[in-house]
Design a protein around this ligand. Sequence first.
Ligand SMILES: Nc1ncnc2c1ncn2[C@@H]1O[C@H](COP(=O)(O)OP(=O)(O)OP(=O)(O)O)[C@@H](O)[C@H]1O
Length: 339
Amino acid sequence: MITIKNLVKTYGTGAKAMTALKGIDLEIAKGEIFGIIGHSGAGKSTLIRCINMLERPTSGDILIGKTDMTRLGKGQLQQQRRRIGMIFQHFNLLSSATVYENIAFPLRLVRTPKAEVDRKVKEMLELVGLTEHAKKHPAQLSGGQKQRVGIARALATDPDVLLCDEATSALDPQTTDSILRLLLDINRKLGLTIVLITHEMHVIQSICDKVAVIQGGVIVEEGPVIDVFLKPKQPVTRDFINRESENAEALEEAIRATDAASSRTVKVTFIGELTYQSILSQTVKETGVNFAILQGTISRIKETPYGQLVVRFEGDTADIRRTLERLTQQRLEVEELEA
Ligand SMILES: Nc1ncnc2c1ncn2[C@@H]1O[C@H](COP(=O)(O)OP(=O)(O)OP(=O)(O)O)[C@@H](O)[C@H]1O
């Protein structure tokens, strides 16, 4: 659906030149929710704005389907942009217009007949749950409702792709979750491809299928969220994940206190239906080792449940080895942690 090839973006020239994107390659499939995460200044906004040419790339290609956006003239570009909706952190609504008029705006721009505008706006109001609020102005709405207007406006022209530029960063956690649920719902109902940028791992974990981690204008890690989240390779990715789990320091201390002669500390990961099975207790019953749980999480990545326990096994060395082998045989992921 979207193919980004060797994308480079340099702002300014000469001594003031600043290269924000240093050769980005990405492949985003139709119907996928694709998240791009990075710290401030990593290049997220530049990247998402290059997808619809709000920012002109310095070099490289951006294909939406088979159309290379970088090679279009002004008229063609305007037409192609209708295939791409966008929502923003600060909503960017017209404050003097009603909710209805805000949603109608992109349709009026392309001279849609009045009856069709009315039909489409009502459909969009219903989709985002704002039918009752059609006559209000943005100032009379909560942040979450404003973003719903933003989503309705972005989808009014039936785009194939929705770009979300930090769409939940200005919202409280509860409202964030309701907007994320709405995006997921729309993705399913309409088969819409969604590309979002964020600095919050929670957003990625809740709704994305794939994630790319950007640092210094380079994609440093990429893949299905479940893989990247449970087995992060890069320090920056670990940093995003650990920030969500506040116990990282306490855990390090517990691992340091482990007596290496009679125990081993491992991270055990259960994915999918294994999460709710009693594999650990059955295994230690068979092998006769003791264990202490140093840290534990049971959560979901999109719809997939997972559990991650840091466990210290204590006992005879051979018995502990046997325990770890058995856990691996039962499809648990076992990673040894060292002090
Ligand atoms: N119009 C511009 N002119 C010059 N430099 C720019 C411009 N826009 C962005 N930059 C620089 O490009 C780099 C990437 O910025 P960008 O806004 O894409 O990062 P970001 O990851 O979205 O950060 P944030 O989360 O803070 O918005 C930064 O160093 C920034 O200062």
